[in-house]
Design a protein. Structure first.
Length: 562
């Protein structure tokens, strides 16, 4: 388990658990994280992971990782492996407590037989559409299936034939016999087993009937001795069925289901179905696209596990659904990297500068701080020569009075280097500025003028002779509106941001970055936080992803719109 913060979080779930321990209802807390292996985990799952593993860690107990693999048509070992990697990457470990719902298929079948023998389940030949028509509405009771009152013997025979593959898919299903007039529509004889002639990634072709989630989940919790089954609010109505199954079967252990609000973040979608659409329709470059709020996407973009855990602590656990601003997530990684990321110089849109009074054959090494607030991070050497690169945006030909960067006749400070003054500009045939001719003051090494003159502007630079050329990818929000999937009249994909990815070639980076590792993160001074792309970067073609900007520019845009 990861180390927990000294101050434990406080929320209604932890209060319930504390009361259960204090009253003696439970001597040990056992939680579980039960993902379905039909896609990659996203930031919403991270909230559940941190909650379940966090509570276990706080109580010196265990959290199980259990795969809800009851729908083989959409599941694969690729997803299983990615989920394991994501949970580990976040800093949590299930130890020996790795389980699969498919581990219990034999036992679940026996429990279904028990319900049939008790007269609490029956085989129904209504189609799914007919079941829907029989279900009724919120104001009208449902209509009983014509197959509801079959004998126990007939149901046992039909269920056995279902298991043996005698029926095609969709021709029949096993339903719990509860109450077609229940005010909770979920309790109106729900399906608990359906036919699927699909090979399972773990059990192969042993089964052609598979249990439904609501039947599987509560019994899996019970079999594992889970004490508190924590899930999001969309399962609140399902709790009645959760309890009915356990109570009807009179199981020796009855976990308590507790619901909490799911995570909703603006400018994104959190539905796995919609994320899958984005991937399969090539709107993004895979599940690990850094614009996706999948854990693998956040990891590839450069987010740290600590920043995501801190984010989950900050937003807390509540009972009501609410929206979290994307800026909160970005702030947590910004705050983390502000402390841990060494500083480097990188010019994303280079403009050549020639220092005309600097000797052509001269080179020198200047000293730069790796972190201005942390002397323990030490210093590094920056090569300096006659030709440099600066940012195109740090020059303006007709600059206003309050523009404190380069313009003809104006003096600026080169970070860690010298004061320079722009004397002349060179343009190409189209009139574009392609080069600046400047002079430097050799008495200002380190950026300080001995005569005490004040220079307001400080810009970053890279030695042209020693530049590491790299591709840099700038990521932005994937959607242009806060709630892309809430407009019922439009497809959420209509709101995809066409500028969510900007690829810059031949960016000029300081040479120390040639030794950067794929797990290292850096602050490019004045630019943001960056890391090597874990998939596409090569020694002969380094690719850096911008993790996050130095400031929340979207917050400013939102204020302007209001």
């Amino acid at each position: 388990m990861t180390e927990q913060a000294p101050d434990k979080p406080v929320d209604f779930i932890r209060q319930i658990i504390a009361q259960d321990l204090q009253s003696g209802k439970h001597k040990q807390v056992i939680t579980r994280f039960p993902p379905e292996p039909n896609g990659f985990l996203h930031i919403g799952h991270a909230k559940s992971i941190c909650l379940n593993f966090g509570i276990a860690g706080e109580n010196d107990s265990v959290c199980h990782l259990r795969f809800d693999d009851t729908n083989p048509d959409k599941e694969s070992t690729v997803y299983v492996q990615s989920i394991k990697e994501d949970v580990h990457w976040l800093g949590f470990d299930w130890g020996e407590h790795l389980y699969y719902a498919s581990d219990y298929f034999d036992k679940l079948y026996e429990f279904a037989l028990q319900l049939i023998n008790m007269g609490k389940a029956y085989v129904c030949h209504l189609s799914s559409e007919e079941m829907r028509q029989h279900r009724g509405t919120l104001t009208e009771p449902g209509k009983e299936s014509p197959y509801r009152n079959r004998s126990v013997a007939e149901n046992l025979d039909l269920f056995e034939r279902m298991k043996n593959g005698d029926f095609p898919e969709g021709t029949c299903a096993l339903r719990a016999k509860i109450d077609m007039a229940s005010p909770n529509i979920i309790m109106r004889d729900p399906v608990i087993y359906r036919i699927m002639h699909v090979s399972h990634h773990r059990t192969g072709d042993k089964w052609c009937i598979y249990p439904m989630y609501d039947f599987t989940h509560c019994l899996s919790d019970m079999l594992e001795g889970i004490t508190h089954s924590l899930c999001t609010l969309e399962f609140e109505n399902n709790r009645t069925l959760y309890d009915w199954v356990l109570d009807t079967l009179n199981t020796p252990c009855h976990p308590r289901q507790i619901e909490f609000a799911r995570l909703n973040i603006n400018f994104t979608v959190m539905s796995k179905r919609k994320l899958l659409q984005l991937v399969e329709e090539n709107h993004v470059l895979g599940w690990d696209d850094p614009r996706m709020l999948t854990i693998s996407g956040l990891k590839r973009r450069g987010f740290t596990p600590a920043s995501i855990r801190n984010f989950c602590d900050i937003i807390g656990i509540g009972k009501r659904d609410s929206w979290i601003d994307m800026g909160v997530l970005e702030k947590t990684v910004r705050d983390d990297l502000n402390v841990t990321a060494p500083r480097v110089l990188g010019v994303l849109k280079p403009l050549k500068v020639v220092i005309t009074n600097y000797p052509e054959d001269k080179e020198e090494e200047l000293t730069a701080l790796n972190h201005p607030q942390d002397p323990a991070m030490g210093t590094r050497s920056l090569p300096f020569c006659r030709e440099l690169f600066v940012e195109q945006t740090d020059f303006m030909e007709d600059a206003p009075r309050k523009f404190f960067r380069l313009s003809v006749g104006r003096e600026v400070r080169l970070r860690y280097a010298y004061l320079i003054t722009c004397q002349e500009i060179i343009k190409d045939e189209s009139g574009k500025v392609v080069e600046l001719r400047c002079t430097y003051d050799p008495e200002t090494r380190g950026g300080t003028a001995p005569d005490g003159r004040k220079v307001k502007g400080t810009i970053h630079w890279v030695s042209a002779r020693h530049t590491l050329l790299a591709e840099v990818r700038l990521y932005d929000r994937l959607f242009t509106v806060e709630h892309p999937d809430m407009d019922k009249e439009k497809d959420f994909k209509e709101f995809i941001n066409p500028d969510s990815l900007q690829v810059l070639q031949d960016c000029a980076l300081e040479p120390s970055l040639s030794a950067a590792g794929k797990n290292e993160r850096f602050q490019f001074e004045r630019q943001g936080y960056f890391c090597l792309d874990s998939k596409d970067s090569r020694p002969d073609h380094p690719v850096f992803n911008r993790i996050v900007t130095l400031r929340d520019s979207w917050a400013k845009l939102t204020k302007k719109k209001k």
